[in-house]
Design a protein around this ligand. Sequence first.
Ligand SMILES: Cc1ncc(COP(=O)(O)O)c(C=O)c1O
Length: 297
Amino acid sequence: MPVLVNVEGQLVPPEQATVSVFDRGFLYGDSVYEVARTYGGRPFELGRHLDRMDRSADRIGLTLPPRERIEGEIQRTLDAARNPESYVRIVVTRGEGRFGLSPHLAQGMSRMFVIVRPLEPAPREQYEKGLQVAVTLTRRNPTACLDPSLKTGNYMNNILALREAHAAGADDALLLDLRGQVTEASTSNVFFVQKGIVVTPPLALGMLQGVTRTVVLEVARGEGLIVREEPFGPEALAAADEVFVTSTIREVMPVTSLVLLGGAAPDVRRIGDRKQGPVTRRLHEAFRKYVARTHGA
Ligand SMILES: Cc1ncc(COP(=O)(O)O)c(C=O)c1O
């Protein structure tokens, strides 16, 4: 069964996977979630994903089920779905209670869902030709408003940016903070390479601490590359030798052109020679080696 949903411990096909319209996750995006994937059938870096979910839940005052139960339900769903490789989405909502915004109205019963689907990795050619990414006018939520380091069910900021990017014909959106510094893409972290040095924005600007970002930083240092976490603007990306984004599903994906919005006409900038650059390739290979080492896949 390729797509299988675990609704509070019950394994059901997608058409039977329903949630109450009174669930606060549905009404207010009052939930946390994670997206993990398998390699060799085993979830990759599940510990880091669940640690991040702990941090998100903690910050919004949501009580998660015990870690062993979460891990057990994920495994049970994966075992039943029997896909060669799976996408795994874990969602915990604040549940429901008396109608109203106040979180105290929830009756203290969070709800957990696990969605398992066959993994749909990006096509191989995409890793050669890369993505076109638009720097949107929609800015990333400031940390003092809705801290982007929290992976909650409230992704409207990212959705609005993605709408803008798609309207400009780009594949993805790149969001700046209110000071015009690059933060992250709609569901990926961003890096650039200049004269062999790898640069990515510091977490303090306000972005998700990507699990792939963390692994890529580790393997880049392991490769002996100089790595810097420092703020930069979109011009630094436009002038870079290479740009790439990282995420659980995309791994290490080149960005080969940038669209700067806001002028009279979109300003399209080519990056490098418009194909996967050598450092991006080296880091993707090092990432794959890390996967092979830790997952035998
Ligand atoms: C906003 C945002 N940034 C970055 C990422 C990449 O994180 P990870 O590498 O853990 O998939 C995601 C993943 O969904 C995301 O939603």
